[in-house]
Design a protein around this ligand. Structure first.
Ligand SMILES: Cc1ncc(COP(=O)(O)O)c(C=O)c1O
Length: 385
């Protein structure tokens, strides 16, 4: 069983940081990897052609291991979730009777591109909203999603967990239904991959995109995407020379090469071999692989059991455990709690969580401990009186 890993991170006990869903802190080792990259660029005589490719391959391999992808070349390096999704959408055409399914209040990176694609093809977007209920809310939402998928569905563009409250979607059942109707399954794993086990061989997403700065614990502006076979012959949104065959051979670059590298390699962003960010994200995912995602999830699970009981006793509403992962969950507050007072209390007590409407989003990781949750509970108690 994992122990608290705070000493490996930049954060101290001064703050209760329960907001990895916003942005992770950096591991000391990730910070050091970034500094080494910065120093390397200061001495360009030390930058060799291999440095544009070999570290990027190491990153692809770490992420492939994390999600159990059979080949690292199925992984592309992207600057943002929006970019990874744009590459997917760029290779999908719909007929006007077809539809794209998304979830209510989904993160905009996984909405705008589908709105654009639907408009371009004169096709429909169907939004599956959460029920206006507290009892069986996630169960009903999942059922609604499954029953909305039909023979006209071309794309199901969803997330593993809802970014705002952590509602978990049953990807196995959704994949099965997608197979029945021949729909593509495009997943935004930004709020789950790294903290909740995800196996691409089991779920078989057609594409999976993840930003690096949250649960992958990397820097901002770099992420990773997995593209399945559907996208193997696709058209990337930009023509980055490093994605062409033999691009490592710098002396032959103007013998222009019409062929791309295999699998997902055509979807890497230009200048993907970023000397600072690539080693940082590689080291972060290496550490996640060393800890094990199941162990990270188990750590969070154990940590939240007592606070969950306290929250329920205080009258807070929380999704049932089978539809909620311990790394990201929302607590809905009873009406008598004044949100502004709560926000003030959090500020005074140096507690960092996200507040949305009358819900508080709590997102722990292995740097949190029982004391963090005791301080969070104490803050809630002060404003509940
Ligand atoms: C679910 C989800 N997807 C994506 C992102 C980030 O998107 P992008 O990388 O396009 O800025 C966020 C940021 O909060 C998010 O919560």
């Amino acid at each position: 069983m994992l122990k608290c890993q705070r000493n490996k991170f930049s954060i101290t006990k001064e703050y209760v940081y329960l907001n990895c869903a916003y942005m992770s802190p950096l591991l000391q080792s990730v910070h050091d990897a970034g500094l080494a990259g910065l120093i390397q660029k200061s001495f360009p005589q030390e930058v060799y052609p291999d440095d544009f490719f070999t570290p990027a391959n190491a990153l692809r391999q770490e992420f492939a291991t994390l999600i159990n992808a059979a080949h690292k070349d199925r992984i592309a390096i992207i600057p943002s979730a929006s970019y990874g999704l744009a590459n997917a959408a760029n290779n999908i055409t719909l007929e006007s009777h077809q539809n794209i399914i998304v979830l209510g209040e989904q993160f905009p990176s996984n909405i705008y591109i589908w709105q654009k694609l639907a408009a371009k093809n004169n096709a429909n977007i169907i939004t599956v909203h959460a029920p206006n209920a507290t009892e069986n809310r996630a169960k009903i939402w999942n059922e609604r999603l499954l029953s909305t998928i039909n023979a006209n569905t071309k794309v199901i563009a969803i997330a593993v967990v809802h970014w705002a409250d952590g509602t978990l979607f049953d990807l196995k059942a959704i994949r099965k239904r997608a197979d029945e109707v021949g729909a593509l399954l495009i997943i935004d794993g930004t709020q789950s991959v790294g903290a909740l086990p995800f196996d691409v061989q089991e779920i078989r997403p057609d594409a999976l995109v993840c930003t690096g700065y949250k649960w992958l614990m990397g820097p901002y502006s770099i992420g990773v995407a997995y593209y399945g076979e559907y996208f193997d012959d696709g058209e990337p949104i930009e023509e980055n020379w490093k994605n062409r065959l033999e691009s490592q051979n710098f002396s032959q670059l103007v013998n222009y090469q019409p062929k791309y590298k295999p699998m997902a390699q055509r979807y890497n962003v230009g200048e993907f071999g970023n000397f600072i960010q690539v080693p940082m994200l590689t080291e972060a995912i290496r550490q996640l692989n060393e800890w094990g995602v199941e162990q990270i999830n188990e750590y969070c699970h154990i940590l939240i059991q007592k606070p969950l009981r306290v929250f329920k006793n205080m009258g807070f509403w929380i999704e049932s455990p089978e539809y909620c992962s311990p790394h990201l969950f929302g607590v809905r507050l009873p009406k008598h709690i004044n949100i502004e007072k709560l926000q003030q209390q959090f500020q005074e007590d140096r507690i960092k969580v996200s507040i949305r409407g009358n819900s508080v989003r709590i997102a722990p990781h292995v740097y949190n401990d029982r004391n963090d949750f005791e301080r969070l509970v104490a803050a809630f108690e002060k404003v509940s009186k």
